[in-house]
Design a protein around this ligand. Sequence first.
Ligand code: PLP
Length: 340
Amino acid sequence: MAIFATHDLRTHPRLCPPVGCAGPLHEFRQQFHIPPGPNGQECLYFCGNSLGLQPRTARAAAEQQFTNWQNLAVEGHFRGDSPWMNFHESLAGPSARIVGAKPVEVVVMNNLTTNLHLLLVSFYQPTATRYKVLMEGGAFPSDQYALETQVKLHGRQPDDAIVELTPRPGEHTLRTEDILAKIEELGESLATVIMGGINYYTGQVYDMAAITRAGHAVGAKVGFDLAHAAGNIPLHLHDWDVDFACWCTYKYLNSGPGGVAGAFVHERYADQPELLRLAGWWGYDETERFKMRKGFRPMRGAAGWQLSNGAILTMAVHQAALALHDAAGAWRRYAARASC
Ligand SMILES: *Cc1c(COP(=O)(O)O)cnc(C)c1O
């Protein structure tokens, strides 16, 4: 498989913008390790959709946690420069900025497919008459298998419950009008819409605001798998009124192979402890977590979906990568205002 394109950057005029508005954003390229091509030449890397490049800050971030572990052992949960007990909290703000959310709506935990399952437990709760799921035909396999097995978990047949959207004959992408028409047609039989924010195969960006509005109009829940969207395009999950979303961080967010993933649950569910979920101790109200009592009482917001204490080594890398994205985002917003 060809992994790298091997253009020589110095002779590529469009990649060497004049110093000015494009300058600082362009300089972020220097913040990543870019492997050389087969003959040692400088490369363009086009595989951020599969595994993002390593930020130059990643190794030190992980090493810092090795040092804390070495020097503090169990005390590292409560002491040091970044106590592990609250480490996940430091990721909510920068992650929220990436997906257009409030910090209370975002949590970093597990991996993408795990988060998809956890959120479907809460947002796909079929009844006798409202049990259909709408998704893209040919969705990423993990999403297909997740949906297939969620449907079976509720004792239903995937062929009956899952409705797949396919492009018109001779076309390769879905028309928004066709997506909206299908949602309307399914009407009160539709329990949940779950689509990619960007289709992993075609690169099509879906109109998430319109899809969410249409889903809500028929009383369905609407969620997005943002594997190819988070860190790639501007997102406004809160304003779009999306119910739930999840994403991985090793693609466009440069947080390392198999790195920790993200989840979004809209603020309107933040104070609904009775909303069904699969629970673990880390989602328990943190003011009482260590009383080790019977009876699950969730944290407010997305944090209430956590199961386990955080995977600190991958979270540390994610934190370093998010800092870069935050800086690039701040620059982009500045440049947009200055109409560069
Ligand atoms: C990359 C990708 C996945 C991968 O799932 P993991 O749980 O991170 O292995 C799932 N869904 C989509 C749409 C993807 O693009």
